[in-house]
Design a protein around this ligand. Sequence first.
Ligand code: NAD
Length: 469
Amino acid sequence: MEKYDLIIGGQKIATEQHTEVRNPATNEVVALAPVSTLAHLDAAVTAAKDAFPAYSMSGDAALRDYCNKVADVIEANSEELAKLVTLEQGKPLDGLGSRFELGGCVGWARHASSLSMEPEIIQDDNEGRVAVYQKPVGVVGSITPWNWPLMTAIWHLMPAIRSGNTAIIKPSPYTPLSTLRMIELIAGVLPDGVVNCITGDGEIGGAMSAHEGIAKIVFTGSSTTGGKVMAGASETIKRLTLELGGNDAGIVLPDCDPRQIAEGLFWGAFINNGQTCAALKRLYVHDDIYDEVCRELTDFAKGIVVGNGLQEGTHLGPIQNRMQYDKVANLVEDARAHGGRFLLGGDPDAAGEGLFYPVTLVADVDNGVRLVDEEQFGPVLPIIRFSDIDDVITRANDNPNGLGGSIWTKDLERGRELARRLECGTAWINNHGPVRPDVPFGGVKRSGLGVEFGKWGLAEYTDLQVING
Ligand code: NAD
């Protein structure tokens, strides 16, 4: 069985202990992942700190060049990495699966090279000169989840290295292999110690949050864990970017054509089997077209193939891990007990080894049922009826999360007006979920702190310094 190593200071470091990483489609062991100790974390911090002075002074052209080298090396190895993502994460190779994820990694890495680090000159005249510079903070610690393992790692890493920081990445213990391999490749095109990859669970993540040698934590994961990271980071006054859970509402107005929007609604909710932070997780549909939207969505969903992501023609893979599977199954049973009407799914076949859960559409539920109030993070969509627009906006906002939201209507002006009333970081019109490297992305309320992407995201990896005179 293949054993993976940590990547510290440009070297592969073998650990004493290993843990099995299983394919959620088959329950077979994919490979053995290394298990880091706190001493490995210290070694990674030392390597990153040692690399920082020279790397941060590389100069703008060299930093841009490094970003392009990262894009090149991922692109050149994207088939191998995509396969590894499918094996350990479960998503299909095709469609909106692991090849799509790798394409995103290359795109985001390439885009980082175009970001500007030029100082802003506030005043430059006979009276004086005031300039605002962005300076790297030092060592950045990145903690990633299991749903989009490589995309998230790249979202964390690129602004860090573009702005002259060095970094340590800790992937989720459910999906560490693809990140270890990707960081091994990236470390090969950067100076030693600029990127490091260690592994482990909450103990290592917690130690990173509190570590004296780490200046910033960028974390993507659940709101509960995000709170723990924040608490751990408080003593050392770390900079923080937190991308946390979402329970995004979509609102369908009565002027929509149900058939036309069915596909967009479906993928807004079911991309990556619903295991996406900014997926559509509660669908509010106007009474006038409620039955028709339910029918069209069901018809579309019936054509979706759930299966092993390595097999051609698969649209959705398994749920990534048992904990998440049980959470989804539990929320579905609770919705059944509270009068939910099943348009499709809800009856998993427990016979196989894989964590497959059928695409499930649940009608006639409302706020107050857990499937609506809580983030399901799986292939299940509750569909809620409304008739009054002010009331539905209130219901959409009545949630501690505020990551994304969407309005579906033919009247774009009206859609934009209503979108402004949603309490969320991004509101889409007639779409749900697409993100871009030049547009800020982040959540309000308990969905996070700060943003990623573009000049706004880059700013979070720097401290401002004013040179006055
Ligand atoms: P999680 O919070 O359990 O784990 C995320 C990471 O944190 C893992 O690497 C884990 O090992 C680590 N961790 C666990 N305990 C820790 C601690 N005490 N201190 C520091 N690190 C710790 O989340 P998950 O189950 O991997 O991911 C699913 C959740 O992530 C969902 O709620 C989803 O909405 C959210 N998510 C949000 C975004 C976003 O951009 N907002 C993106 C993806 C996922």
